[in-house]
Unconditional design. Structure first.
Length: 136
């Protein structure tokens, strides 16, 4: 896939995420994908492998968030196999508290699959609204 293909794929994935539908994201997540939550707070860690990502990151989020979890992209910056996406979450906790974090998500793609993602966000907001990530 070239730069244009990578951009179009990520635009399609985020169009679905804006509707609260994560299936296309999951479909294009490589089995050996690596997701890194950056920073120096309780959520900062590396999740390795699709099953681990779905269970430990998105599975845990499903226990604290309710309804559709929307992420709306505002900007795509593409350089070869790397796509950076500026986005804003539109989510609500099970306690009814809005969780609308700002993100810069940097993806690396290979063969139409997401092989790596680095998430940059407001860590203070994450812990204030979602609480600390559970200790291992």
């Amino acid at each position: 896939m070239d730069t244009t293909d990578n951009r179009l794929l990520m635009e399609k994935i985020f169009a679905r995420l804006a509707e609260g539908d994560g299936r296309l994201f999951v479909e294009h997540l490589a089995d050996d994908a690596v997701i890194r939550v950056t920073g120096q707070y309780s959520w900062s860690r590396t999740f390795t492998g699709k099953a681990t990502v779905l269970r430990e990151l998105y599975g845990y989020l499903g226990t604290v968030l309710q309804g559709k979890q929307r992420t709306v992209a505002h900007r795509f910056v593409v350089d070869g196999d790397t796509v950076a996406v500026e986005a804003r979450g539109d989510m609500v906790t099970k306690g009814g508290v809005p969780y609308c974090n700002e993100y810069c998500l940097v993806f690396r793609l290979a063969g139409g699959k997401i092989v790596e993602m680095r998430e940059y966000c407001d860590s203070v907001l994450t812990e204030a609204v979602l609480g600390p990530y559970p200790a291992r």
